[in-house]
Ligand binder design. Structure first.
Ligand code: C5P
Length: 201
């Protein structure tokens, strides 16, 4: 049986952490769909067009160490605004969403475009300041030299571009449950999501 949990929201809201914990809890497979766009964006640095980069994505492209940098995030957000790039990545994500045994996907358009009939849809948010602090700590932890102000500006720029684009913009599905993690620990958020999934299984 398939069971799809769709988790959307802006950058650094806690989607990925919640998605991984929930997938572990239920034994579902997890896909961080942002990595597809990050890997596509990074491939364009080598001279490929965004569409060529998306069409030629390989498993090893998703394992590169430089995908979590600020530059990769910005490149991802630029290629993600191109409809043909998104179209090239749809089948892979939809097949994953409907695999046997359950799947959790996190991204920007999972509940709206990739899996509109997902059994559970979540829209995870937090204030800009909280998201910037979390991302800043994460990047500093990896040795990236970046200020909190730069991270905040970067997130706001990316969210604005992701929300304003014509194709599959960042938006909550009408039937998504909103989870604001600004004043919640990850454990609390995960417990809330686990209870929600239990109720619909
Ligand atoms: O989630 P993450 O920050 O890794 O995503 C990087 C970028 O990829 C986002 O800013 C967004 O432009 C794009 N993205 C998207 N649709 C998704 C996942 C990510 O457009 N489902």
């Amino acid at each position: 049986m398939s069971f799809c949990v769709a988790i959307d929201g802006p950058a650094a809201a806690g989607k990925g952490t919640i998605a991984r914990a929930v997938a572990d809890h239920f034994g579902f497979a997890h896909m961080d769909t942002g990595l597809l766009y990050r890997a596509t964006g990074v491939k364009t640095f080598q001279g490929l067009s965004p569409l060529e980069a998306a069409q030629n994505l390989r498993a090893e492209d998703l394992k590169r160490n430089d995908l979590r940098t600020g530059d990769a995030g910005q490149a991802a957000s630029r290629v993600a605004a191109e409809p043909e790039v998104r179209a090239a990545l749809v089948d892979f994500q939809q097949a994953f969403a409907r695999r046997e045994g359950g799947a959790v996907l996190d991204g920007r358009d999972i509940g709206t475009v990739i899996c509109p009939d997902a059994e559970v849809k979540l829209f995870v948010t937090a204030t800009d300041e909280v998201r910037a602090q979390r991302r800043h700590a994460e990047l500093r932890g990896k040795g990236e030299r970046v200020t909190l102000e730069q991270v905040l500006e970067d997130l706001r720029e990316r969210d604005a571009r992701d929300s304003a684009r014509a194709t599959a913009p960042l938006a909550a599905a009408k039937d998504a449950v909103l989870i604001d993690t600004s004043e919640m620990s990850i454990d609390e958020a995960v417990a809330q999501v686990v209870a929600l999934i239990e109720a619909r299984r």
